[in-house]
Design a protein around this ligand. Structure first.
Ligand SMILES: *Cc1c(COP(=O)(O)O)cnc(C)c1O
Length: 385
């Protein structure tokens, strides 16, 4: 609970930002256990169980490795392990996180090309195919599943299939950090080579763990770049026996295991449906109170971006200061233009109704618009069916 008495009495901080997301009591309590020794059988069993469930969620034959770092560290590990200096690569850049792939490829001296698309839209598979046909030596393709800066979900299954039919050897690397749990991922079936995830997004675990799943195609072409902490080959060989190369964040693995067991019990496809419904409720609510969606289609199940009305530029600040409701503003070129409402991870239907109620109050105060109750009614109608 927040003890900030300048807020409305008893205001509790509630996270409506796309990471970190709310951490459920089961995960918090698991992380409060004594730290187990990472070379003990207890820990080996724990990390193997978590990896196995992550593998089921991602749809890959060999479970992902778990790294102790933020999501960007896992993205960096993919660039280090699967490209060489001068490698021709292609990045889809439709937002802040596409830009991050570009920067990482540049930092590691790849011969990187960028397919720039307008922020708020998704690339269409043909566009990518056309670009790839101009890059016959392209060895790796980097994309997001969910571009968190714009609230757009890219049609990854269709994109992967189009890319693969153009280039049989290319490595398809997908940043699924904000899509896992909210959107389906069938890595092997969709012939994707590297999937990257992070603990603080869909998993209800604090920041600090990241996941990298590796296909057989990728496993057969580790680069010979110098590397040490992020040596995925060594890490995977060790973790196949439950051994991590370095001391992992054991308490976070304890939390992850608790969350994953629970998510598995709910059922992964049911979780995708839950997120789709929450996203729809938020879109309908926003529209009912006169907010414009930022994305032009391909809406994410994980978060929704709305344009900030010109009279309500301070909305994010007000909702935090008054109610402890933490929404996210825009990143980069969208700073001051949009706000982002996350419904990713352990967010229930009443959380969403509460979040919408907060947005209504903030908008009412800023603009005097007659919005109170209208968004909540629209969202409730979605949840009632
Ligand atoms: C959150 C996020 C990341 C990783 O960010 P970190 O702050 O390094 O954990 C990367 N890609 C996407 C799409 C994200 O949403």
């Amino acid at each position: 609970m927040s003890t900030d008495t300048t807020r409305a009495p008893f205001a509790r901080e509630r996270l409506f930002c796309p990471g970190p997301t709310p951490v459920p009591a089961i995960a918090r309590m698991a992380a409060m256990n004594e730290s187990v020794y990472h070379r003990s059988e207890t820990f080996t069993t724990l990390i193997q169980a978590s990896r196995k469930l992550l593998g089921e969620l991602i749809g890959c034959r060999i479970p992902p490795v778990i790294l102790t770092c933020s999501g960007t560290g896992a993205m960096e590990s993919a660039v280090i392990n699967f490209t060489a200096p001068g490698s021709q690569t292609l990045v889809v850049n439709g937002g802040n996180f596409g830009e991050r792939w570009l920067q990482l490829n540049q930092a590691y001296n790849c011969n990187v090309h960028s397919l720039d698309i307008p922020w708020g839209s998704a690339p269409n598979p043909q566009q990518i195919v056309d670009k790839l046909q101009t890059l016959p030596e392209c060895s790796a393709f980097f994309i997001q599943a969910n571009e968190t800066s714009t609230g757009v979900y890219y049609p990854i299954k269709e994109i992967a299939s189009a890319v693969r039919s153009t280039n049989k050897k290319i490595l398809i690397v997908v940043d699924c950090i904000s899509s896992l749990v909210a959107h389906e991922m069938r890595m092997d079936d969709w012939d994707i080579d590297v999937v990257v995830g992070g603990s603080q997004k869909g998993f209800g675990v604090p920041p600090g763990l990241a996941f990298v799943a590796i296909s057989d195609r990728a496993r057969n072409q580790f680069s010979n770049r110098p590397r040490f902490y992020f040596d995925l080959k060594r890490e995977e060989a060790g973790q196949s026996k439950g051994d991590t190369a370095w001391t992992p964040a054991v308490t976070l693995v304890q939390a992850l295991n608790a969350s994953m067991q629970y998510l598995k019990q709910i059922g992964f496809s049911k979780l995708n449906e839950h997120h789709a419904k929450g996203a729809k409720a938020v879109r309908e609510a926003g529209q009912a109170i006169g907010l414009d969606l930022f994305a032009n289609g391909n809406y994410s199940n994980a978060l929704t971006a709305f344009r900030l009305p010109s009279e309500a530029k301070g909305l994010v600040k007000t909702l935090d200061a008054r109610f402890g409701a933490i929404f996210a503003g825009g990143q980069g070129q969208l700073s001051g233009q949009i706000f982002r409402f996350s419904h990713l991870g352990f967010v229930d239907q009443l959380d969403i109704i509460g979040g919408i109620g907060a947005v209504e109050l903030g908008l009412f105060q800023a603009t005097g618009r007659d919005v109170l109750g209208k968004g909540v009614a629209a969202a409730s109608r979605i949840f009632a069916t």
